[in-house]
Design a protein around this ligand. Structure first.
Ligand code: UDP
Length: 234
């Protein structure tokens, strides 16, 4: 597989063409941003952690029947994936109140939710990724009814897979964000699943083991990414 020109550079990843139009290479950076790009920094080793961790998780999810963009890890930071058209939706699943949910509804972080919550944000940096519902999505033609149903089914299935996976590793899955793409007309899981996109709390101490250490200046940022990486590989 030959790496060709760069197609795109985002906040945490670069994407390159390959000699196969159906495949691209994603390259994970150590760059970190928060609050819609207002806070910027670097987390040494993050690219390696997020690349490898996402691949381990995507393979686990494939085994549970969730199709993903994963094809093959090429090196520490780079992975060959299916070239998808990303649906402009951030799909957020919450098991425990935290972050913007706690703020918006005035509930204490850490309060368990009486049911799983699925939220959508419209993926649009200029608008600050506003919250959006099913009617908005269909009215704006961001996805079809069939795609929307598929996205939700897969999102709940991802939650079930991830909750067990992390719990076995001493981590409580508080919430996470995923993205889907269209490949060959079908909805598949794309982007990444990592401490950048999940809230993970140590089951014994409730210590935050995710990007909130960077967002909230809690210290031990690099060490925490390495600790999660160790646990995920075990
Ligand atoms: N999240 C993300 N990217 C975003 C926004 C949120 O990966 O652009 C993740 C975040 O890490 C958390 C979950 O989605 O695991 C829910 O985030 P929330 O809506 O609470 O927003 P935040 O408090 O991070 O602004």
């Amino acid at each position: 597989m030959e790496k060709r020109e760069q197609l795109y550079e985002g906040k945490a990843k670069k994407v390159y063409k390959t000699d196969d139009p159906g495949l691209v290479i994603v390259s994970y950076k150590d760059d970190a941003t928060a609050f819609n790009g207002q806070k910027k920094g670097q987390i040494a080793g993050k690219g390696v952690v997020n690349n490898t961790m996402s691949n381990i998780i995507f393979q686990m999810l494939e085994q549970r029947g969730v199709p993903t963009h994963y094809v093959q890890q090429l090196n520490e930071r780079e992975t060959l994936v299916k070239a998808v058209k990303i649906l402009p939706l951030e799909v957020i699943i919450r098991n425990v109140a935290a972050g913007s949910f706690s703020k918006r509804y005035g509930v204490e972080e850490g309060r368990p939710l009486a049911r799983t919550v699925l939220e959508f944000s419209y993926k649009n940096d200029e608008l600050g990724d506003p919250l959006i519902n099913d009617d908005h999505i269909l009215a704006l033609e961001l996805a079809t009814e069939e795609q929307l149903r598929q996205v939700k089914d897969y999102a709940y299935a991802v939650n079930e897979g991830l909750k067990g996976f992390f719990l076995e590793r001493g981590l409580k899955l508080v919430d996470f964000k995923i993205e889907f793409g269209l490949w060959d007309g079908k909805v598949i899981l794309a982007d990444e699943i990592s401490p950048d996109t999940c809230r993970l709390w140590d089951v014994n101490t409730n210590e935050k083991m995710d990007k909130d250490r960077f967002r909230r200046d809690l210290g031990k940022v690099e060490e925490t990414y390495q600790e999660v990486f160790q646990r995920v590989q075990s």
